[in-house]
Design a binder for this molecule. Structure first.
Ligand SMILES: Nc1ncnc2c1ncn2[C@@H]1O[C@H](COP(=O)(O)OP(=O)(O)OP(=O)(O)O)[C@@H](O)[C@H]1O
Length: 351
């Protein structure tokens, strides 16, 4: 089943092609749409809502054609816009009830659904205060609530973490995940930050300059370049156990990450050796090397790379890549053409 499908979707503005022959399919679940500022994310959302006509190509949402069924699509789809668009003088309850009524809910149902939805987004206590006094995070939650209040089958969330601090971002991402797990609503969430999508999304679509670079299950991004993390103990004979192991493994012909790259973010960081697991024999080589050195093997596990690392250039740190969309999408084009992606078209000429 497909919730969103596009075929050669193109949008030309007088001076820029915002979407360029975009062909993709999105299944139910939580999907991240990632791209730098100006990549075409908001333009795609407006077309999917039937609010802006495509220049060429087709798109369907929940099986409905965006060019003819815009009204029916908007009945079943929730939309959280990117920019601040909330009236400051009314309360969250008044605003969300109004949006529910606009979506066609009767008065009683609108009030009940509003209370439920504001509870879900964590605004129940504050629901009668004017929105103008809310923090950015609270305003984002009101925008999420109004997108959910009419119990849609799909929500399109445009940069919901914009303007939030790291804690606020984590909270919002958790909420978004629960929109799907608790209510079964499919989610398309845009972001210019690759890193924040990997914990939230089942699937990630990357666009750049209006073209599709890659569309893959999140697990495909994170498994593709698996690395083995090996943690060992020190011994009297080898007071620097990891150093000794690193030397032994390099001597055995394995690709070993430099000491400075070892295990950041992992328990036991600093005592972890990262080895490229090119094939299954690597496990045996590591086991034999540890035994020969007489070290204690604490753990040996396949490390899942972060999505950002897939887009990393040499000399660019993962953190820089995950926080700088320009850096990630700039290199993603190369990745897309070399890794055999699932995209149907429009992406291979992006480099
Ligand atoms: N109404 C418009 N008229 C002319 N150009 C537009 C219009 N809307 C968007 N664009 C241009 O189309 C391109 C894609 O814009 P879009 O807003 O879709 O990108 P985006 O990925 O959502 O980025 P952002 O997160 O910064 O909004 C940009 O170059 C933008 O300047």
């Amino acid at each position: 089943m497909t919730v969103i499908a596009t075929e050669n979707l193109t949008k030309r503005y007088p001076r820029v092609t915002a979407l360029d022959r975009l062909t993709m399919e999105i299944a139910p679940g939580v999907t991240g749409l990632v791209g730098a500022n100006g990549a075409g994310k908001s333009t795609l959302i407006k077309i999917l809502l039937g609010l802006s006509p495509a220049s060429e190509g087709t798109a369907s949402v929940l099986g409905m054609d965006v060019s003819t069924d815009g009204g029916a699509i908007r009945e079943r789809v929730g939309y959280m816009p990117e920019h601040d668009c909330l009236p400051p003088d009314v309360s969250a309850t008044e605003f969300v009830v109004h949006m529910a009524r606009m979506s066609g809910l009767p008065a009683t149902a609108a009030r009940e659904r509003t209370a439920d939805t504001l509870r879900h987004v964590g605004l129940y206590e504050e629901r009668y205060r004017p929105i103008g006094g809310y923090s950015t995070g609270m305003k984002q939650r009101v925008k999420l609530a109004q997108a959910l209040v009419h119990d849609p089958r799909l929500v399109l969330l445009d940069e919901p973490t914009n303007g939030l601090d790291p804690v606020g971002r984590d909270d919002m991402l958790g909420l978004i995940r629960r929109v799907h797990t608790d209510f079964g609503i499919s989610v398309l969430v845009t972001s210019h930050l690759l890193g924040e999508l990997e914990r939230t999304c089942d699937h990630v679509v990357v666009i750049d300059g209006g073209k599709l670079l890659r569309s893959s299950a999140t697990a495909d991004f994170t498994q593709r370049t698996a690395t083995l993390a090996v943690e060992v103990t020190d011994t009297d004979a080898h007071p620097d156990g990891t150093g000794a192991l690193r030397t032994a493994l390099a001597g055995a012909g394995l690709t070993v990450a430099p000491a400075t790259a070892g295990g950041e973010g992992l328990p036991g960081a600093g005592h972890v050796v990262l080895v490229e697991a090119s094939d299954d024999t690597v496990y045996d080589t590591v086991r034999d090397a540890v035994a020969e050195l007489g070290l204690g093997l604490v753990r040996m596990e396949q490390r899942r790379h972060r999505i950002a690392e897939v887009f990393q250039t040499s000399g660019t740190t993962a953190d820089a890549a995950s926080t700088a969309a320009a850096a990630t999408t700039g290199t993603a084009a190369t990745t897309a053409t070399t890794t055999g992606t699932t995209q149907k078209g429009g992406g291979t000429d992006a480099a």
